[in-house]
Design a protein around this ligand. Structure first.
Ligand SMILES: NC(=O)c1ccc[n+]([C@@H]2O[C@H](COP(=O)([O-])OP(=O)(O)OC[C@H]3O[C@@H](n4cnc5c(N)ncnc54)[C@H](OP(=O)(O)O)[C@@H]3O)[C@@H](O)[C@H]2O)c1
Length: 302
């Protein structure tokens, strides 16, 4: 999802020549292949969006793969980029690196102030290692390697797996199916009261384009909207955009998850950037993409 948004964003600028490889062409867990790629291409700027990404169940059942592959992707790409002479690199981390107990909204300095979230500890540890490796390269060798910690993302190219997807794509799928099947009600997990922040993926791509041009960016910076909605409000908005007219009920017997996960975006705002895409506008684009993928028989559901 993010890689495609970055391509959409950078394609429109003639001063960038994109060097792209599919995963089949270049497996970033393969150190030798990654080195060969960087040595032959010698990119000026590197943005690392590749990662093993997944929901709670995938993280719970495969912590070894989540830690090893994400560590390999981070260390292979960052070291190979440096060795190939790259001076500018951005690593995509995640706001899930902040401890679940940290004050809300979450600020950059809350990193490593307490133990990470248990449900995705392996993924989180690898992301923190990648962020720190960038900081260490910057400090030790003077190259401009830095990171972003984006909040929950949504947009074209998301994963719509019925059990394994994130909250927003899961809702898009459920409300779409409920509309098609004319179901009288949709039940959403939990009380509906936890609050979540959602960022349109093309806004993230714009933030990346902004940050990689700054002469002295922060070592890592949160990227979000700085605003959140309750799960029920998100569900109601998704239903409205999709055109589902039945009832929405909450199910308080199901777990709620964290009450709030909101990024403090004041550091990002101080660099002169803020998110611009209205939630309804982003949702309409997301739903249009969902319908197009579904009609073409290529809806991502892995
Ligand atoms: N989605 C979110 O809400 C969110 C929030 C915060 C941060 N992020 C971060 O943003 C980045 C992109 O996430 P996303 O949502 O765009 O996930 P995604 O759609 O699953 O994209 C990850 C990409 O990495 C590729 N990849 C995985 N392992 C690879 C390997 N060994 N070699 C080469 N490519 C590999 C995947 O290829 P395949 O498709 O072939 O598997 C996929 O194209 C990640 O670093 C993630 O941590 C995402």
């Amino acid at each position: 999802m993010v890689g495609s948004a970055l391509v959409r964003r950078f394609q429109i600028e003639s001063r960038y020549e994109l060097v792209l490889r599919t995963r089949q062409e270049l497996d970033l867990t393969n150190q030798a292949a990654t080195r060969d790629f960087f040595n032959s291409q010698r990119p000026d700027v590197v943005v690392i969006a590749a990662a093993r990404v997944g929901g709670i169940e995938a993280n719970r059942s495969q912590p070894v793969e989540f830690l090893v592959e994400n560590l390999q992707i981070a260390t292979n790409t960052i070291t190979a980029a440096y060795e190939a002479g790259c001076q500018r690199l951005m690593f995509l981390s995640s706001s899930c690196v902040y401890p679940p107990t940290c004050p809300q909204p979450m600020r950059e300095e809350h990193l490593l102030t307490a133990a990470p979230e248990q449900t995705n500890e392996a993924y989180t540890l690898a992301k923190i290692a990648g962020m720190k490796l960038c900081s260490y390269y910057r400090r030790q060798f003077g190259v401009m390697f830095h990171s972003v910690a984006p909040t929950n993302l949504y947009g074209p190219g998301d994963n719509y797996h019925p059990e394994r997807s994130h909250v927003l794509p899961a809702m898009v799928r459920r409300f779409h199916e409920a509309k098609m099947q004319r179901l009288p009600e949709v039940r959403i997990w939990g009380s509906g009261t936890p609050r979540r922040e959602l960022l349109f993926v093309d806004d993230l791509a714009n933030a990346v384009a902004h940050l990689i041009e700054l002469p002295n960016p922060p070592d890592w910076v949160n990227v979000g909207t700085g605003e959140d909605l309750t799960i029920l409000e998100i569900a109601q908005t998704v239903a409205r955009v999709i055109g589902y007219e039945g009832q929405i009920h909450t199910d308080p017997t199901r777990p709620d998850g964290p009450k709030r996960k909101l990024c403090d975006v004041s550091q990002l705002a101080a660099t002169g950037w803020k998110a611009r895409t209205d939630f309804v506008v982003g949702l309409k684009a997301t739903y249009a993409d969902f319908q197009a993928q579904l009609a073409a028989g290529v809806l991502r559901s892995a």
